[in-house]
Ligand binder design. Sequence first.
Ligand SMILES: [Zn+2]
Length: 69
Amino acid sequence: MANGYLCEDCEVATWPTTTRSELSWLKDRVHVVREVAKHSHGGLDSWMMEGLSFLNDHAGHSVMLVSKR
Ligand SMILES: [Zn+2]
């Protein structure tokens, strides 16, 4: 089972290698994580960078958590 984010406005998805609960955590705290990312140089996990860049690209859009087999 893969978990990811789907942007309903753009109809594109991303599938970082992590759990649904981690993705949910990141989505709820994207403003905090965005600040942390500015001050850490390559210090974030790759799934977090991947998720964050998707959420940045689709800021203000309707992004939801999705799963696929
Ligand atoms: Zn979008």
